[in-house]
Design a protein around this ligand. Structure first.
Ligand SMILES: *Cc1c(COP(=O)(O)O)cnc(C)c1O
Length: 493
């Protein structure tokens, strides 16, 4: 059976053998002359006794295999990708044109500073822009991802407390709605995490927070808007309370797309923030490729930022490689320069006066989706959302249909599913983040698909939902088994 698809992309209709399964002995794409036994007696001892453990393939076979694999991806350029918390926005082509300029693309990270003044000027400018956007003026471009930025930020906060002789502050408070990277980063920085329970509205409960504040608290790590898509409306008071207890407030800036150009985390009282440029600033995203997670901090934390960083002296730019109080290098160079330049191109394309349109349209799109779906799906935290909206499967569960069934059905209908079962504090969560780059027609296409699924549940027509996805060759995979026991090596008996 072939269900109606709602976009040009159908389900993942792919099947491809592994490279080793394609292979046949003795095939090769390289024709070398045979080596006569005595041609090079010095090397005789090194002659291979057993076949090399590489697949035997001709060049076209190898190329076709990899090109086919490259076409399997559902990407932002093949279809809608409303993966909540991940901000899968379109990557404008102008970013690519900028980084391909020969004066940028041909540089080497170890070139002397005086030969790369242009790119240093651009990166310095980006530091300034991120400082202005976040309201936290001192910026390191080094971290290679959001989670890496969290680690850098936690190390900076720890170094700050240590420098004041406050060496017993080791506790980091993390709300139970936080992204899993938050506690992991704090622990990697040698700190201990304490989970704090969210209130019934999904926000930080001030009384619970107060009960946890003491002389051991190094920091509170919080995401705003939080991972339920709601703004922490008590943010000013939250920051005051943490500061009064001697702690710092770390902002997980992954959700900056809801605020950019409109409100500044630094103005809210946040001391340290990472920015996922592959989310807010449209640099390519996913597939394990390079990202960047610059960190912005206030004056008190600035001396501890990683090196190398870029400074300006009159009209020359210098890379500072050593600094007494710095936590040191956390990356091999200034940062992921190619990624950072794309982010700079994106910011420049909007300009200071228009960046706010990103956040406004992102919030508008999320609320549009919420309003079209709110009668068909349960909304755990009613009211306006920010850049993403949260639904659950509570109404469908009565018909035996769960979040996973709904998500899998979307694959058949030609869309990437939303984020499922996150945040963990909401049972059967479906977190939908359309981003500002989607047209109303695309949002309607997605909402129509979601409404069709809800209607099928109501009608008791749930067979396809339980079996979904129907179109892909690989249907329901054992995801737990895949995560726990990944097979990473082809068994070459
Ligand atoms: C994406 C995300 C992170 C981690 O960022 P990466 O760049 O993927 O390492 C952290 N927190 C939240 C809330 C996120 O959405």
């Amino acid at each position: 059976m072939s269900p109606t698809t709602y976009s040009a992309a159908s389900g993942l209709q792919h099947e491809e053998a592994l490279l080793f399964e394609h292979a046949h002995e003795d095939a090769t794409s390289i024709a070398l002359p045979g080596i006569a036994g005595d041609a090079c007696p010095e090397l005789a001892a090194f002659a291979r006794q057993t076949p090399a453990l590489i697949p035997g393939l001709s060049e076209p076979e190898a190329v076709r295999h990899f090109v086919r694999l490259s076409q399997w991806n559902h990407g932002i350029e093949t279809g809608f990708y409303p993966l909540g918390s991940c901000t899968m926005k379109y990557n404008p082509r102008v970013n690519e044109q900028v980084v391909r300029l020969p004066g940028l693309a041909g540089l080497h990270p170890e070139q002397p500073d005086d030969s790369v003044q242009g790119v240093l000027a651009l990166l310095f400018e980006l530091q300034q822009w991120l400082g202005e956007i976040s309201g936290l003026p001192h910026v390191t471009l080094q971290p290679a991802a959001g989670a890496h930025g969290e680690l850098a930020g936690m190390m900076v906060i720890r170094a700050y407390h240590d420098a004041r002789g406050d060496t017993t502050r080791r506790k980091v408070l993390v709300p139970d709605s936080a992204h899993g990277t938050n506690p992991a980063s704090a622990v990697l920085a040698g700190l201990e995490t304490v989970e704090i329970k969210s209130g019934a509205d999904g926000r930080i409960d001030l009384e619970v927070l107060k009960a946890h504040l003491d002389d051991d608290v190094a920091a509170l790590m919080l995401t705003n808007p939080n991972t339920t898509g709601m703004f922490e409306s008590d943010i000013a008071e939250i920051c005051e309370l943490v500061h009064a207890a001697g702690g710092m407030v770390y902002g997980d800036g992954a959700n900056l797309n809801a605020l950019v150009g409109l409100a500044r985390p630094g103005d809210m009282g946040i001391d340290c923030l990472h920015i996922n440029v592959h989310k807010t600033f449209s640099t390519p995203h996913g597939g394990g490729g390079p990202g960047a997670g610059p960190v912005a901090v206030n004056d008190a934390l600035a001396p501890f930022l990683p090196v190398p960083r870029i400074e300006r002296h009159d009209n020359t730019f210098r890379v500072v490689r050593k600094d007494a109080k710095s936590i040191g290098a956390i990356f091999g160079s200034i940062g992921q320069v190619g990624v950072l330049l794309r982010a700079a191109a994106y910011i420049a394309a909007f300009g200071r006066n228009h960046l706010h349109r990103i956040a406004e349209d992102a919030v508008l799109n999320a609320n549009y989706v919420l309003n079209r779906l709110k009668d068909a799906y349960h909304v755990p935290f009613p009211g306006l959302c920010k850049h993403e909206c949260l639904l659950t499967d509570a109404l469908q569960e009565k018909h035996g249909v769960k979040t996973l069934d709904i998500a899998k059905r979307l694959i058949d209908l030609g869309m990437h599913p939303m984020t499922v079962y996150f945040p963990l504090i909401v049972h059967g969560a479906m977190l939908i983040e359309p981003t500002e780059t989607e047209a109303r027609e695309t949002l309607d296409t997605f909402c129509d698909a979601m409404l069709e699924i809800a209607a099928a549940c109501e009608a008791g027509d749930t067979e396809a939902l339980h079996a979904a996805p129907l179109i892909p060759f690989r249907r329901r995979l054992d995801e737990t088994q895949a995560a726990r026991k990944p097979v990473l090596v082809w068994p070459l008996n």
